[in-house]
Design a binder for this molecule. Structure first.
Ligand SMILES: Nc1ncnc2c1ncn2[C@@H]1O[C@H](COP(=O)(O)OP(=O)(O)OP(=O)(O)O)[C@@H](O)[C@H]1O
Ligand SMILES: NC(=O)c1ccc[n+]([C@@H]2O[C@H](COP(=O)(O)O)[C@@H](O)[C@H]2O)c1
Ligand SMILES: [Zn+2]
Length: 274
């Protein structure tokens, strides 16, 4: 549409990527097409942020391997990147904090571009002064928006007791925005309808309907590998080779963290082992 303001968007996907699959990469392509088709957005970058080992999910192999596989999977993409910040943190980091971290980096990069010849304020002050309505509402004139990209199962997990803090959900959908890819077994439209918070911020939630549904999941890939079955074409060849070279997924690796409570549940309930 003529005269319409086009907002630049960076998509951030947080997850285990244990291992990264072709569907993880498809999510970015689907989300970019969907946002750009509206005429309101230009997607300039995608970031994959593998969760740290402190997440303690069952079967989670070391972050260094998950990072390397994500790097191999994205080496042919000119816009999807991998970021190690989250995975290098000694403890599990709430997703909202990962988003804040990347948003700050984004603003700094933008301001470094703007600021070459202007009066030097401190970095922090510059960031604060450029928000439209103060730091509670993170929108700076002309700067890119950061949106969380996830599958509908993650949206559904918002209602799992003790997994997400209500304030975090409100900040994610209220201040940043969410792009959610449909996944069989989950109905994001109904979920948004039932949640007062999600309904309130429904304009910030972009549901992308994936018509070519597929059931690719990292769980399926790990299971096939344990059984000695082929996983070729479910994930990029370079990742398949890496997995075999390092003998990553076995019955033994699937038992990692088997007796440990997932970090968010531990943090919000005080439990430490099952
Ligand atoms: N087939 C899929 N359709 C839609 N979203 C997906 C699909 N596979 C993964 N995702 C999304 O990718 C992100 C990273 O997910 P994750 O690393 O847990 O992969 P996964 O395939 O779900 O793995 P696991 O089976 O171990 O849970 C999440 O937002 C998840 O919802
Ligand atoms: N409260 C939270 O911020 C919270 C809770 C559960 C999962 N998560 C994140 O969601 C992602 C989920 O990954 P999995 O689907 O692989 O478990 C991870 O990046 C994890 O850190 C965040
Ligand atoms: Zn998952």
């Amino acid at each position: 549409m003529e005269g319409q303001i086009v907002t630049k968007v960076v998509l951030l996907s947080c997850g285990s990527f244990n291992p990264i699959t072709s569907m993880h990469l498809r999510m970015f392509e689907l989300a970019r097409d969907h946002l750009e088709d509206t005429g309101q957005y230009k997607v300039v970058k995608g970031i994959i942020s593998p969760v740290g080992d402190g997440y303690k999910k069952k079967g989670l192999v070391e972050a260094c391997h998950r990072l390397e596989m994500a790097r191999l999977a994205t080496e042919n993409s000119d816009w999807i990147t991998v970021d190690s910040w989250e995975s290098l943190q000694p403890e599990w980091v709430e997703t909202v904090k990962v988003i804040r971290h990347h948003y700050e980096e984004l603003l700094e990069a933008e301001q470094n571009k703007d600021d070459v010849d202007t009066v030097k304020y401190t970095k922090k002050r510059r960031i604060e002064e450029n928000y439209f309505e103060g730091s509670a509402h993170l929108k700076r004139r002309g700067s890119p928006q950061l949106m969380l990209l996830c599958g509908a199962d993650v949206l559904q997990s918002f209602e799992t007791p003790n997994l997400w803090k209500q304030d975090d959900i409100t900040e994610i959908v209220g201040c940043y925005g969410l792009v959610c890819i449909t996944r069989s077994g989950n109905d994001p439209y109904s979920f948004i309808h039932k949640s007062d918070t999600l309904w309130k911020y429904r304009k910030n939630i972009h549901v992308v309907h994936e018509w070519v549904t597929n059931e690719i999941s990292a769980t399926h890939v790990r299971r096939a590998l344990r059984r000695g079955h082929s996983v070729r074409y479910l994930l990029p060849d370079a990742v398949v080779y890496y997995i075999h070279e390092h003998d990553l997924y076995s019955a033994e690796s699937e038992q990692k963290n088997a007796d440990v409570v997932l970090a968010p549940l531990q943090r919000y309930t005080g439990a430490s082992s099952s």
